[in-house]
Design a protein around this ligand. Structure first.
Ligand SMILES: *Cc1c(COP(=O)(O)O)cnc(C)c1O
Length: 227
C-alpha cells in the first residue's frame, strides 16, 4: 500500500499525544504499513510499535532501527513464538497457558525474560480470543504458572466489541479495569510490575482511558485507514 507522507504521520501522532495523559503509553499499530511509515513515526519520536503477524514483525525488526520496541498484539501460535522471542518487548495477546509455557521456554533459550499481558475476553464477539475472568483467576493460582521463571506478567489486555453502543464499550472496559484492580490488590499485590492495562484503539481510546487504560494501541488514527 502507499505510504503516508511523513508530515501527516507526525501531525497525527502529535494530535493523539495532545489528547492522551502522560501516564498512557501509545503503541503505534503498524501492521500492513510500509517501513517508510514506521520510520516517519520513529523520526517523530515514536518508540513503541505493534504488529499482529509474526512474519511481518520479524521482517520489519530485521530492517528497521534497533531502538524500536516491538509489541505483539495479534493471535500468536505457539510454534511461532521462537521467531520473536529474541527481541519482542511485550506480548499483549497471551490467551492460553500452553502459549505461556512456550513463551517461557523460548525466553529461557534466549536467556531473557519476556513481558506478557494476559488477554481477557470482554467483547461479545466470538472472533475475539482471551481468557475469561475466572480463567485468569484460576490460572494464576496454578503451580505451573508460579513456576514460570522467564515470563513476567505485567498486566492485562482487552478489546471491546466493535459496536456503536458507547455504553457497552464502556462497561466492557470497566469490567477488565475492575479485574485489574482486584488482582493488584490480591494475587499481584507484591508485584509492582503488574501495572499495564492495554485497552483502546482508534475508535474507542478516549473511553478506554476514562476507564483506566494506560496503554493504547492506535493504527488508523496515525497511519490512515487500512485497505
Ligand atoms: C489493528 C489493531 C489495533 C489498532 O486498530 P485501529 O482501529 O487501526 O487503531 C489495536 N489492537 C489490535 C489488537 C489490533 O489488531
Amino acid at each position: 500500500m502507499t505510504a503516508q507522507t511523513s508530515l501527516s504521520v507526525a501531525n497525527n501522532l502529535a494530535a493523539i499525544r495532545a489528547e492522551v495523559p502522560d501516564n498512557v503509553t501509545l503503541v503505534a499499530v503498524s501492521k500492513t504499513r510500509p517501513n517508510e511509515d514506521i520510520l516517519a513515526a520513529r523520526a517523530a519520536g515514536q518508540l513503541d510499535f505493534g504488529e499482529n503477524k509474526v512474519q511481518e514483525m520479524v521482517a520489519k525488526a530485521e530492517t528497521l532501527p534497533r531502538t524500536i520496541r516491538w509489541h505483539m498484539i495479534g493471535n500468536l501460535q505457539s510454534n511461532k513464538v521462537k521467531f520473536i522471542a529474541p527481541f519482542v518487548t511485550l506480548i499483549h495477546s497471551v490467551s492460553s497457558s500452553s502459549l505461556l509455557q512456550e513463551i517461557n521456554k523460548q525466553a529461557a533459550k534466549n536467556a531473557r525474560t519476556i513481558d506478557c499481558l494476559l488477554q481477557v475476553k470482554i467483547a461479545q464477539e466470538d472472533s475475539k480470543s482471551g481468557f475469561s475472568e475466572q480463567d485468569v483467576i484460576n490460572l494464576i493460582e496454578t503451580q505451573e504458572f508460579k513456576n514460570f521463571r522467564y515470563v513476567r506478567i505485567v498486566g492485562l489486555m482487552g478489546m471491546a466489541t466493535h459496536t456503536e453502543d458507547i455504553n457497552q464499550i464502556r462497561l466492557e472496559f470497566r469490567s477488565i479495569s475492575e479485574l485489574m484492580q482486584r488482582l493488584r490488590a490480591g494475587s499481584f499485590a507484591q508485584r509492582a510490575e503488574f501495572s499495564i492495562l492495554s485497552m483502546g484503539m482508534t475508535d474507542d481510546f478516549g473511553i478506554a482511558i476514562e476507564e483506566g487504560s494506560n496503554m493504547i494501541r492506535i493504527g488508523s488514527a496515525i497511519f490512515g485507514a487500512r485497505h
